[in-house]
Write a protein that binds this ligand. Structure first.
Ligand code: HEC
Ligand code: HEC
Ligand code: HEC
Ligand code: HEC
Ligand code: HEC
Ligand code: HEC
Ligand code: HEC
Ligand code: HEC
Ligand code: HEC
Length: 336
């Protein structure tokens, strides 16, 4: 027994060490790391291909004339540097080097295709498989230029719920949609509701922020690219600040505050839509009765009191968000 006590310490260390080693092995196994070249291929395409420029890419082909026209007219396309002749952004910036794709397009092949009435296509499988690479790799294609210091609103992208959940830039931005790359806020509801059906349902409830009416927009409250400090991709640091950008009169501070309730408007309101008036989470008086008892009205008889059922506490407590004026008893109570 004494001997066991003597070696006990060493035994414990050995057991712990074994666990540690096993743990490390598990960590190693669960994170296979690809060679850098593989990642590069995801973003750049075939490494044995060369960049040949938009003109050479499209020389033999008119199928992409509209894409090209739109692109040339867009902010990205107009970045061509006239002095140097070096394009800053062209088709290959996103689709990868194109030499292999057009290698086969010899004048002879074009003539033969034309004669046979066949549509000529380039060997586009040698380009980046832009639609099928993992979402983070898709975004990386954009982020190699739209780094956070170049495009300010992307500062919080990497930590955003969207990025973490494999939403990519091109899920929202349609590069070939038209020449106008700018997102029109009027279109954001449709853009977002494609994926957020439950939110769409909330906005169709009888009481809702006028988003379907296009008076308020998803992007007034949310930044799709991420949020610095608030959860739910909110544009401002807190829920209260998000709401009081428009409802400034609810901001306070008031002499008589409703405890700290108004620090988070969600204590009583739901942001998108509700079956209750005023976007309330519950109807009055039940909303208030969750936290307060009802009370008799001064000057009424007992019988009347028993019959009295308040439906709207805020008929009397009309300054429910806070007030600077005292009530008749001098206490506050949000009467005026
Ligand atoms: C800023 C990045 C970017 C640039 C620059 C760009 N594209 Fe694209 N392109 C994409 C993305 C992303 C897709 C796939 C998603 C989509 O269809 O919008 C795509 C899709 C396409 C498709 C359709 C492929 C398919 O599978 O349907 C064609 C064709 C195309 N691009 C041609 C061009 C041409 C030609 C140019 C140059 C004039 C060009 N692209 C420049 C990003 C880009
Ligand atoms: C090779 C560099 C490069 C790549 C790759 C690139 N962009 Fe751009 N992008 C630019 C430049 C330069 C502009 C024009 C200047 C600006 O507005 O920042 C621009 C403009 C834009 C605009 C319009 C901004 C405005 O105010 O009109 C959007 C939206 C955009 N890019 C999205 C994307 C998306 C999505 C991708 C990936 C599919 C992408 N870009 C890939 C360089 C790039
Ligand atoms: C969930 C949808 C969504 C995703 C994903 C997304 N964006 Fe946006 N993006 C928007 C919306 C909406 C706007 C316009 C309103 C705003 O500024 O929030 C915008 C604006 C922009 C702008 C400014 C030009 C403009 O249209 O006002 C650029 C540049 C841009 N995004 C690039 C990117 C890049 C690069 C990525 C990927 C890293 C990305 N976005 C991912 C929705 C998205
Ligand atoms: C008036 C401000 C406001 C507007 C407009 C708004 N939201 Fe929200 N949204 C919020 C707030 C605040 C939350 C957090 C709610 C919570 O935590 O209970 C939220 C939460 C969400 C969530 C998280 C899930 C959930 O339902 O709680 C999604 C997704 C969402 N909003 C999408 C949208 C979309 C899409 C639109 C436009 C169609 C939109 N929001 C318009 C304020 C707004
Ligand atoms: C391609 C699909 C897609 C599109 C388009 C999209 N989202 Fe999302 N969004 C997601 C996914 C996936 C999540 C994470 C899972 C979830 O909460 O449903 C998410 C989560 C959110 C959340 C919750 C964030 C959190 O922290 O819980 C908000 C808010 C949100 N999206 C707003 C928007 C807005 C605003 C737009 C339009 C500008 C938009 N989304 C467009 C897929 C999308
Ligand atoms: C972009 C501006 C804007 C933001 C941000 C905003 N609201 Fe509103 N809110 C409106 C508008 C516009 C109305 C509709 C007013 C009307 O119809 O007269 C409204 C109406 C309301 C109503 C009354 C609904 C009714 O039945 O008339 C409540 C309650 C409300 N908002 C609470 C909030 C809360 C809580 C937030 C934060 C999550 C918020 N608002 C953020 C603009 C905004
Ligand atoms: C203690 C519950 C409670 C909290 C917390 C609360 N509200 Fe209200 N809010 C109400 C009630 C009840 C009504 C309906 C009052 C009425 O009908 O006079 C209302 C109505 C509103 C209205 C529409 C009528 C009006 O007075 O303009 C807006 C806008 C509003 N609240 C915004 C906010 C904002 C913004 C916050 C957060 C800073 C907030 N509320 C926090 C209970 C609350
Ligand atoms: C989530 C709980 C909650 C809800 C919901 C709520 N209150 Fe309050 N209310 C409080 C708290 C906490 C105080 C501060 C109590 C204190 O300081 O002792 C307070 C204070 C008050 C006061 C001041 C008197 C006092 O006890 O200090 C009045 C009046 C009041 N609330 C009325 C209402 C009315 C009317 C509603 C419904 C529109 C409502 N409250 C909804 C929690 C709530
Ligand atoms: C008919 C008007 C009226 C209605 C309706 C009403 N109250 Fe009051 N309430 C008052 C008055 C008046 C006071 C005392 C104000 C003062 O002088 O300080 C008061 C005081 C209060 C107080 C503070 C009690 C204290 O100890 O100071 C609370 C909490 C309260 N009411 C909650 C509610 C709730 C919850 C409802 C709805 C179920 C409600 N009231 C409906 C008029 C009303």
């Amino acid at each position: 027994m004494e001997r066991f006590m003597k070696y006990r310490k060493w035994l414990a260390i050995a057991v712990l060490g074994a666990f540690f080693a096993a743990g490390c092995a598990a960590l190693k196994e669960s994170r296979p790391i690809l060679p850098i070249k593989e990642y590069e291929k995801l973003i750049v395409g075939r490494l044995d291909a060369d960049y040949i420029g938009t003109d050479n890419c499209l020389k033999a082909c008119h199928a992409h004339d509209k894409n090209r026209r739109d692109f040339d007219m867009s902010t990205m396309g107009s970045q061509l540097s006239r002095e140097s002749g070096l394009p800053l952004v062209n088709c290959e910036s996103c689709h990868g080097p194109g030499s292999l794709a057009v290698e086969q397009l010899t004048p002879q092949k074009l003539a033969a295709d034309a004669k046979a009435g066949k549509k000529t296509t380039c060997d586009y499988k040698t380009l980046v498989d832009i639609k099928n690479i993992p979402a983070p790799a898709q975004s990386l294609i954009c982020l190699k230029c739209h780094a956070a210091n170049a495009t300010f609103n992307l500062h919080n992208w990497n930590a955003s719920t969207h990025s973490i959940n494999d939403v990519s830039c091109s899920d929202c931005h349609r590069i070939h949609g038209s020449h106008n790359l700018k997102v029109k806020v009027r279109d954001t509801a449709a853009m977002c509701e494609r994926c957020h059906q439950d939110v769409k349902a909330a906005f169709s409830l009888p009481n809702h922020h006028p988003v379907p009416e296009k008076k308020v927009f998803c992007t007034d409250c949310h930044d799709a690219h991420g949020s610095a400090s608030a959860d739910k991709l909110l544009r401002r640091d807190t829920v209260k600040e998000t709401c009081t950008q428009c409802h400034t009169e609810k901001e306070g501070p008031f002499l008589y505050e409703h405890a700290d309730l108004t620090d988070d408007c969600r204590a009583c309101h739901t942001p998108h839509g509700s079956v209750n008036n005023n976007l309330l989470t519950a109807r009055e008086p039940f909303l208030c009765l969750q936290c307060h008892p009802s009370h008799p009205i001064a000057g009424t008889t007992t019988a009347e009191q028993k019959r009295a059922v308040y439906t709207r506490c805020s008929d009397c407590h009309s300054q429910i968000h806070g007030s600077d004026l005292p009530s008749p008893s001098g206490k506050g109570n949000f009467i005026q």
